[in-house]
Write a protein that binds this ligand. Structure first.
Ligand code: BG6
Ligand code: MG
Length: 207
């Protein structure tokens, strides 16, 4: 019986649009170009590494204090945007598929780089679906490093070879493969050839 490890942002909830909006506010303030294409490079990547990618667009050197301050500003605005989330922000497709996988006896976990994972899961009322949560608060290396998925398997008490990762980020697909797991690509990662499977609709996980 396989265990499923889900990425959060861009897989279960579309918080990626809020990440974009919040980083765009920072980029605009600094006069740095930032578009959807660059935003794709931030998928799965930690907050500070995301900031470094944005700051590539500037010739100015930023001190670590300035960077901390920018990351804090981004997160404050991001959390304001998250405040509006409700259980309706999870599609029926996602909710019923998670329920069916649980009913079939699969263990379910989260494997997300986000430090806001539990805040989001509570907002959208998804907390009860998961047997384990591995997120940005229990890792020291971000995707594509496998740590977040290795920890999720450990929390579940499962061997990596019995785990299937569901990811929308290239970095997340690489992380899942590096952890020795099977990987399903969805959304942006559906066209990534390193993923073992590719799906368009969430309920294809049931096939
Ligand atoms: C990932 C997102 O889930 O979490 C990244 O795909 C984001 O874009 C990362 O940078 C960290 O999120 P947070 O909520 O800790 O700032
Ligand atoms: Mg994601």
């Amino acid at each position: 019986m396989k265990a499923y490890i889900f990425d959060l942002d861009g897989v279960l909830v579309f918080t990626d649009k809020y990440h974009f909006k919040a980083w765009k506010m920072i980029a605009d303030k600094l006069g740095i170009d930032f578009d959807e294409e660059k935003n794709n490079r931030l998928r799965g990547v930690s907050r500070m590494e995301s900031l470094d990618i944005i700051l590539e667009g500037s010739t100015k050197k930023f001190s670590s204090e300035e960077k901390e301050d920018l990351a804090t500003q981004k997160n404050e605005y991001y959390k304001q945007l998250l405040e509006n989330m409700t259980p309706k922000d999870v599609s029926d497709d996602v909710r019923s598929t998670l329920k069916e996988l649980k009913d079939r006896g699969h263990k379910l976990a989260i494997g997300s780089s986000s430090k806001n994972t539990k805040f989001i899961l509570n907002k959208v009322d998804l907390m009860d679906y998961f047997d384990a949560i591995s997120d940005g608060t229990n890792i020291s290396r971000s995707k594509p490093d496998p740590e977040v998925f290795e920890k999720a398997a450990e929390f579940l008490g499962e061997e990596p070879k019995n785990c299937i990762v569901v990811e929308d980020a290239y970095a997340g697909v690489d992380a899942g493969k590096a952890a020795g797991m099977a990987v399903v690509g969805i959304g942006d990662a559906a066209s990534y050839d390193k993923a073992d499977y590719s799906i368009k609709e969430f309920n294809e996980l049931l096939e």
